[in-house]
Design a protein around this ligand. Structure first.
Ligand SMILES: [Zn+2]
Length: 662
């Protein structure tokens, strides 16, 4: 007597991707409700099961749907926005400013729908996401019919969906409570990375993940820069650091793990953490080569991910599998590394296990959900087919097949694509909406790129708005005179500082934009040793707002901020047309003269070799105040024995270019 099922898939070459990598050719598979009831040789399955619907696979490959182990799906709307940049410039110079401006629930929903269409077309049935407004990702994904682990992001600074860390935590808790137990969506918490969170945040997110028994999705050890910083700041690499915060008490899904050593691999293995390997993203951002072969040898569950579509730039898991295999071979100098069957296992069963969903999906095994795809191997790029070695089938899928060869997709027992027709999404409508958003983002970036100031502000962080200063600068023949002059009873010395100043000036094609000065103050002690370094960034505007008697100037600086990034970052972000370097030894006194504070700088300009200068400065707030301070500056010049010395109205850069025209 036959057993009733809902759908019978027949006439297939079945790659079950189970533990034994069993294949059936011709094979068949029976689906009842959301699950696989049986898989096996076609004759046996047909004898045992009777279905309302029979689907003839036409001799094509029937296999588990692919699992994208790490991505940020709403970023389909940012695909192609900024490329060929270093990770920090790309992320902090482009992605974050645009996200701050544009990311909304509607944005996230649309981006997710587009990603889902791309996933279904390319045979992905499950993905692991991390983004903002994750409830929209979950909702749109459930409507499209795909399976996903949806990680609500938590960062230490304000984001599109949470003004503070506390809000982000509350959001994550609410999100998990709402979605826990859904048939397609597994809610998760996603502390973005160790460098964008704090130790306390890592502990609290792990606690929350444990409380609800949901996965914790995080970027770990993506770049060598991240690992070096961690060593410098915490005295240990990334994996021990997060372990110390109790992260591995949760079900961790660690994206990247590019820069980890054998000890760290063991730690990941011992705590059952899953790893998402992202070959395209690692290649494109030159992050390095993850030790995939070693991780697999250690028995880690390593899945494959595309990472976000803004850093890939597609969501094509066929391409990703092929690269995972090729990169592992090249990186280990061993062509037997990550053979095709291993790459396909990573993209299916291992991926599911890495996401802690191994009991639900990842192989065509009775009891697992019916998440499956049909792949057509008849196109010319797949021909011919060999059957001598069972591994030929895997090589064909991983090395020759393309995502467009996927013809039919089922998730949770429901068809999402039949004969390349999407059944749950309307691509045309989605793409129209996406092009409208692209126009707005283009306009936003074009406006921003026109002004150095707005580019600077777009980086975020604390800034000080424009300030005015009364200042005079004179060239000195004898700096000792000034030092003697400061030892007068009328002058009260509040403090003295000594430092080496390294300035780099960025010039732009349009001089009206001003110039950017990246300054590193190296504080020196009495013995001349560097005790601290302070990098600062200033947008220097028009030099001369006004001139008083004795060539005392009123100057304006338009912007000043601590420089949170490296000089290299700013260079790549601002793309100046010219750079000039200036190095000077500076003695700086903060003094009080007639109840007014002044800075007195004694500069020895060494690069370029300009000699000694005296500079007197004071912040000012009004025209009257500036006038009075200008008079006091003139008095000070005379007290310090510098009256009558040639006044320098140009700054050092202009002086340098006058002395050595280049
Ligand atoms: Zn990522």
């Amino acid at each position: 007597m036959t057993q009733p099922v809902d759908i019978l898939l027949t006439n297939a070459h079945v790659l079950s991707m189970d533990e034994q990598l069993t294949q059936y050719d011709p094979g068949a598979l029976a689906v009842r409700g959301d699950s696989i009831v049986a898989v096996g040789p076609e004759a046996e399955i047909k004898k045992e099961y009777a279905a309302k619907e029979t689907f003839d696979c036409g001799g094509k490959i029937l296999m588990p749907g692919l699992i994208n182990a790490h991505t940020h799906v709403p970023m389909t709307l940012l695909r192609g926005l900024a490329d060929d940049l270093r990770l920090d410039v790309w992320l902090q110079g482009y992605m974050w400013p645009v996200e701050r401006e544009f990311v909304s629930p509607e944005f996230v929903r649309l981006g997710t729908q587009i990603a889902c269409a791309e996933f279904i077309r390319s045979g992905v049935t499950t993905f692991n996401d991390m983004y903002f407004f994750e409830e929209e990702v979950a909702q749109a994904t459930a409507e499209a019919g795909l399976r996903a682990v949806c990680g609500q992001s938590v960062l230490k600074f304000p984001t599109s969906d949470a003004p503070s860390y506390e809000d982000a935590m509350a959001r994550a808790r609410g999100f998990i409570q709402t979605w826990k137990g859904h048939e397609l969506i597994v809610p998760a918490i996603a502390p973005h990375a160790p460098y964008t969170t704090t130790a306390d945040m890592l502990r609290e997110t792990a606690e929350l993940a444990k409380e609800f028994d949901v996965p914790l999705h995080i970027h770990l050890a993506e770049t060598s820069f991240e690992v070096e910083n961690m060593r410098e700041e915490q005295g240990m690499p990334v994996i021990p650091y997060v372990k110390k915060q109790g992260l591995f008490e949760a079900k961790v899904i660690a994206a990247h793990c590019v820069h980890i050593d054998p000890g760290e691999i063991r730690t990941l293995k011992n705590h059952g953490a899953g790893v998402a390997h992202n070959p395209s993203s690692n290649l494109k951002l030159a992050s390095g080569f993850a030790p995939v072969t070693k991780m697999l040898e250690a028995g880690l569950n390593v899945g494959i991910g595309t990472d976000g579509p803004a850093s890939n730039n597609n969501l094509d898991m066929f391409e990703e599998m092929r690269l995972a295999s090729f990169v592992a071979k090249a990186a280990s100098n061993d062509p037997t590394s990550v053979p095709a069957q291993t790459a396909l296992t990573m993209a299916t069963r291992f991926g599911a296990q890495a996401l802690h969903l191994g009991h639900l999906t990842g192989s065509l095994t009775p009891g697992r959900r019916a998440d499956l795809i049909v792949v057509d191997l008849s196109p010319v790029h797949n021909s011919p087919r060999f059957r001598r070695d069972p591994n030929n089938a895997y090589a064909q899928i991983v090395y020759a097949a393309k995502s467009a060869d996927v013809s039919d997709v089922m998730v949770n027992g429901k068809w999402l694509m039949r004969d390349r027709q999407l059944l749950t999404l309307n691509e045309g409508e989605l793409l129209d909406q996406a092009s409208e958003i692209a126009k707005k983002i283009d306009a936003f970036l074009i406006a921003r790129e026109q002004s150095v100031l707005s580019k600077l502000i777009a980086l975020g962080g604390s800034i000080e708005e424009e300030s005015f200063e009364v200042q005079v600068k004179v060239k000195l023949a004898d700096p000792l005179k000034v030092r003697k002059g400061l030892e007068r009873p009328e002058i009260e010395i509040i403090r003295i500082r000594h430092y080496d100043q390294h300035d780099t000036y960025f010039f732009f094609a349009d001089p009206a934009q001003g110039r950017i000065r990246y300054r590193e103050d190296e504080f020196l002690d009495e013995k001349g040793n560097v005790t601290a370094t302070r990098p600062r960034l200033t947008l220097v505007g028009q030099k001369r707002e006004d001139v008083f008697a004795n060539e005392v100037l009123l100057s304006r600086s338009r912007y000043i901020a601590p420089a949170a990034q490296t000089l290299r970052f700013y260079r790549e972000y601002f793309k100046p047309v010219r750079e000039v370097e200036l190095v000077k030894d500076r003695l700086r006194w903060l003094i009080k003269y007639k109840d007014t504070e002044f800075f007195v700088n004694l500069d020895d300009v060494q690069t370029p070799l300009l000699g000694n200068f005296l500079e007197i400065k004071s912040r000012t707030w009004s025209r009257g105040d500036a006038q009075r301070k200008a008079e006091l500056v003139a008095e000070l010049l005379s007290l310090l024995g510098a009256a009558g010395q040639p006044t320098v109205t140009e700054d050092y850069i202009e002086l340098a270019s006058m002395e050595s025209p280049s």
